[in-house]
Design a protein around this ligand. Structure first.
Ligand SMILES: NC(=O)c1ccc[n+]([C@@H]2O[C@H](COP(=O)([O-])OP(=O)(O)OC[C@H]3O[C@@H](n4cnc5c(N)ncnc54)[C@H](O)[C@@H]3O)[C@@H](O)[C@H]2O)c1
Length: 276
């Protein structure tokens, strides 16, 4: 018999790519999901789940939706690089509403952070979870802010959170960089399941990637939730090695193409962090 959480679970971004994967996986295990998104839910809402359309920018709606929940899987918001003014509402103010709701309910948060919170680290540099936050745009900056918000709510209010720096979560990897960053849908779903069912998490950051031999990332606290990725991008190496952009900036940094958006330096700084 599969384990189910004692209290309902709020899933934001339920109509999005990852939200739909999580809905299918967790609903099939009998979870009581409260689904929400600003966009309509595509398809039929699974039995045992409810869907409510709401804007993350509306704090009253988010507080109401979270009532009685023990866990918030927070996947809603702007999910790609966009101008600052478009990011700030859903990803900064919206996140504040999520953490305030978690504080009021005594709920845990899983925050869908991103590799773009650390995107300006060079690919040749293996990272631990406590590496410097080096966002590669306004989107990545909002994810870095979100991780810091989790820390503040932990130290000040005891709100538990698991920030997952998701690499590239797609049906399959499509370029050489993703041999390092790919996270399978199944590994993501199992991670969210474990993060919800774990007795305690404290405030941790996890690398959201499958078991890829070419990973950029190593140390994190995954044993705290008992999660180990079971899939790997390695089987795609034969078809993807050499499939690169050819752009020296994109290929230098872990954040890939996002580092290039509105990039205005003549060239990357030489050597290590902040040099030159
Ligand atoms: N897919 C990846 O590889 C990846 C990588 C890193 C991080 N992430 C993060 O995971 C989460 C889900 O990603 P995705 O690929 O499913 O993106 P997605 O764009 O498909 O889903 C995001 C959802 O958020 C909703 N949303 C946007 N603004 C909203 C608002 N103001 N109020 C309520 N809902 C709003 C959208 O309607 C959408 O359904 C995002 O937070 C994203 O930043 C994804």
């Amino acid at each position: 018999m599969t384990e189910t959480p004692q209290k309902p679970v709020l899933l934001t971004g339920a109509s999005g790519n990852l939200g739909r994967q999580l809905t299918t996986y967790l609903a099939a295990r009998g979870w009581n999901l409260r689904l929400t998104d600003i966009a309509p839910f595509p398809g039929t809402v699974p039995a045992g789940c409810t869907f409510t359309r709401a804007d993350l920018s509306n704090g009253v709606d988010i507080l109401r939706l979270a009532e009685g929940c023990g866990m918030i899987l927070h996947f809603g918001g702007v999910s790609v690089e966009r101008p600052f003014d478009e990011v700030i509402g859903p990803n900064i103010r919206g996140l504040y509403h999520i953490y305030e709701a978690a504080r009021r309910e005594g709920a845990r948060v899983l925050f869908a952070s991103s590799n773009h919170a650390i995107g300006f680290h060079e690919r040749a540099e293996p990272l631990n979870d406590d590496c410097q936050l080096l966002p590669d745009g306004y989107y990545g900056l909002s994810k870095a802010y979100g991780e810091l918000m989790g820390r503040m709510y932990w130290f000040k209010h005891g709100v538990e959170s698991v920030s997952v720096r998701i690499g590239s979560c797609f049906p399959e990897p499509t370029e050489e960089r993703m041999l390092s960053t790919w996270l399978s849908y199944a590994d993501l779903c199992r991670l969210c399941e474990r993060a919800t069912l774990a007795d305690s998490t404290g405030c941790i950051v996890l690398w959201g990637a499958s078991a890829n031999a070419r990973t950029f990332w190593r140390g994190d606290a995954r044993e705290k939730i008992g999660w180990l990725p079971q899939d790997s991008a390695d089987i795609y190496a034969g078809q993807l090695l050499g499939k690169t952009s050819g752009d020296p900036v994109i290929e230098l940094y872990q954040g890939g193409g996002y580092t290039r958006i509105e990039y205005s330096r003549a060239a990357p700084p030489p050597g290590r962090l902040f040099a030159g």
